[in-house]
Design a protein around this ligand. Structure first.
Ligand code: PLP
Length: 434
């Protein structure tokens, strides 16, 4: 795919900035995937975004399907979000004291979300998950947690753990600097595997504080789980007194207002949010029913805090964004437009006999070079990502910006109109046909 390059991009300004950045930051970046290591070329430095369009420092223009990795469900520079941020900022950037805006955002979320009674705002998804894991342990008085291979939950120690060999395994650390003792408390299972799940609970049932899953796994390909598996998770957690923890940092406010829990109709005990909840500013959150949240400080013994937690400018951005999402048929329309885009590309690929598919749910899509069912980790399906590398460059040259990793998903925003998506689908097809 995309082997014959045309419209070669001028990257000279981005390249110069990247050379400088390498003197300042490890790998020239402040988050590893941005370094373009798994695709061709060097990172594009983005200058500006408006609606569904972004411009880089060489004034190349792209239709953006990364959306800052998910938060920008209303696109860049949305007038309501912009106005909310400016209004809050005029009163000051931060107080480290309660503000009315925290109440308003919490009220909007809790009034529409049947799964949680209380919420705590943090400054990132990682922080939300890390804190919620501590809460699960504090609430249950147990230490072990279960996670699934192919799910990403941020970079806290307990979760930078990958599967060992065998069906039910103690994890191995997937980063230097994580003590083995931490990894030993994390059990890693294959996704959608009911036998492995049962066997794990038979061995460790009474030691497990929680089972954490991305209910829509979207960090290692888009690995849609069978509904029966998610239901089984719910049951086995209940039977064993373990908490079911849905990490909805991507799926929350993305597939439905109350995330995958609402989409699938399954009630988790603990939920985390991030990305969309902050309207493009740094916000994460965790929530649960009253009796669980009663364990959190200052009400209870599980400590968690943050200088900038509930920051008023970030709360205003989240409030403005979530207000738009709570309007009728927002999610139906997102899904309809996403299908317009993916169906056009998929039909073309099928007619040409390409081993290629855009896998989709809600307004999320993933580029797959495999036509079988996608349930297990993407590394198994597509170990070297050569096809993705070539296609990624061709897509950039056609004017479509996708995140620089074949394991990550793409996102469609409310300002990707029918017209723009049909145009983008044609550009995508051009890239595929090269
Ligand atoms: N959980 C999930 C499911 C995520 O996708 C991510 C980030 O992509 C995180 C947690 C971590 O969030 P953050 O990058 O805001 O720390």
């Amino acid at each position: 795919f995309g082997s014959m390059a045309t419209n070669k991009l001028n990257r000279s300004n981005s390249e110069a900035l990247y050379e400088k950045a390498k003197n300042y930051f490890p790998g020239g970046v402040n988050s590893p995937v941005r370094a373009f290591k798994s695709v061709e070329g060097s990172p594009l430095f983005i200058k500006k975004g408006d609606g569904a369009i972004i411009w880089d420092e060489d004034d190349n223009e792209f239709i953006d399907f990364c959306g800052s990795w998910g938060p920008l469900i209303l696109g860049h520079n949305h007038p309501k979000v912009y106005a909310g941020i400016v209004a809050a900022l005029q009163n000051g950037a931060s107080f480290g004291a309660p503000t009315r805006l925290e109440n308003e955002l919490a009220e909007l979320i809790l009034s529409r979300n049947p799964f949680i009674d209380k919420i705590r705002f943090t400054s990132s998804g990682t922080e939300a998950v890390m804190s919620a894991i501590r809460l699960a342990r504090g609430y249950t008085g147990r230490n072990k947690i279960v996670k699934f291979e192919g799910c990403y939950h941020g970079h806290s120690d307990s979760l930078l753990v990958k599967a060992g060999s065998g069906l039910v395994t103690f994890g191995n650390t997937s980063s230097a600097g994580v003590p083995e003792a931490f990894a030993n408390e994390t059990l890693v299972l294959p996704l959608n595997d009911s036998e492995a799940l049962k066997s794990c609970f038979e061995q460790f049932g009474k030691e497990i504080a929680c089972v954490i899953i991305e209910p829509i796994p979207a960090n290692n390909g888009l690995l849609l789980q069978e509904l029966s598996f998610l239901k089984e998770l719910r049951e086995i957690c209940t039977q064993n007194g373990a908490l079911l923890f849905f990490d909805e940092v991507i799926s929350g406010f993305r597939v439905a207002f109350s995330g995958a829990a609402e989409y699938y109709g399954i009630a988790p005990d603990l939920v985390t949010y991030g990305k969309i909840i902050g309207g493009g500013l740094p916000v994460g959150a965790y929530g649960a029913k009253k009796e669980i949240m009663a364990c959190v400080a200052p009400d209870g013994p599980v400590y968690q805090a943050g200088t900038l937690s509930g920051n008023p400018v970030a709360m205003a951005a989240g409030l403005a964004q979530l207000t738009e999402l709570s309007k009728p048929s927002f999610y139906e329309d997102q899904e309809r437009r996403t299908k317009l885009f993916t169906d056009k590309i998929n039909s073309h690929a099928k007619a040409k006999g390409y081993v290629f598919e855009l896998v989709t749910i809600g307004s999320i899509f993933w580029i797959s070079f495999d036509n079988s069912k996608h349930i297990h980790a993407a590394e198994e399906i597509n170990p070297d990502m050569t096809n993705f590398k070539h296609l990624h460059r061709a897509l950039l040259e056609e004017g479509l910006y996708m995140g620089p990793s074949g394991y990550e998903v793409g996102f469609i925003s409310a300002v990707h109109t029918d017209e723009l998506l049909l145009k983008a689908a044609q550009l995508f097809i051009n890239a595929l046909d090269r």
